[in-house]
Design a protein around this ligand. Structure first.
Ligand code: GTB
Length: 216
């Protein structure tokens, strides 16, 4: 059965691939699984039908037969467990790849996402600059660790994995910032992820949604 995911009918990022359906699209493309997309307005996301799938009224969700899932990390993990290509077979390497999935979402994403939110919502506050510097200091600590670990390797732990997929989607939010520019090997790592054919197909698919919505 073909899985169905949900995504914004009109993404506020204007097709930049920053909304979290991009993680699911990329994972499904990496493992060669077809998928369908149900596009939702902000209003539809808060209706009972969607709340039954996603208690917080957000995208993305994933439905496959009688299985419905929410949380992009859990969905990527589910896809990676069911299809070869995103998690190593070796048990220890697999455990390490899963650790990197958690690191992306639990350790790196919070300050990166908070910075993005602050730049949108808190710009007019008198304490904005102080808050931004504080968040960027935390992000630098995360990128110090990531950069040191990565060195000149292509991926976080051997072959490309779901850990890299999530980490790259998190780091993309820093693109164009001075803070990412301070870590050339991390910036190159993000570019390497974006150069993958599966990434490009996923990006193109979500961009097509935004382009179609803009011409209506
Ligand atoms: N932890 C959940 C997951 O990983 O699935 C978080 C899901 C989530 O944050 N969903 C967001 C959402 O539905 C879209 S991705 N927001 C609507 C709401 O909460 O009412 C986050 C996002 C939103 C907007 C941009 N953007 O404009 O650039 C990028 C990312």
């Amino acid at each position: 059965m073909t899985a169905t995911i949900t995504a914004f009918a009109r993404s506020p990022d204007r097709g930049n691939g920053l909304a979290r359906d991009m993680r699911l699209r990329w994972a499904l493309e990496e493992v060669g699984q077809p998928y369908e997309v149900r596009l939702l307005s902000f209003e539809a996301m808060k209706q009972p039908a969607h709340l039954a799938l996603q208690p917080f009224g957000q995208i993305p969700t994933y439905e496959d037969g009688d299985l419905a899932l929410f949380e992009s990390g859990a969905i990527v993990f589910h896809i990676a467990e069911r299809h070869p290509g995103l998690l190593p077979d070796d048990a220890k390497a697999r455990a390490r790849a899963i650790a990197w999935m958690f690191a992306a979402l639990n350790t790196v994403e919070p300050p990166v996402f908070d910075r993005a939110l602050a730049r949108i919502l808190e710009r007019d506050q008198p304490w904005y600059e102080q808050r931004l510097h504080g968040l960027e200091d935390i992000i630098r600590k995360r990128l110090d660790g990531l950069s040191r670990h990565l060195g000149d390797a292509d991926w976080l732990d051997g072959a490309f994995s779901a850990g890299d997929l999530l980490m790259v989607t998190v780091l993309r939010r820093l693109q164009g910032s001075d803070v990412l520019g301070e870590y050339p090997n991390v910036a190159a790592y993000v570019a390497r992820g974006e150069a993958r054919p599966a990434y490009k197909r996923a990006f193109g698919a979500q961009l097509a949604v935004f382009t179609a919505a803009s011409t209506r």
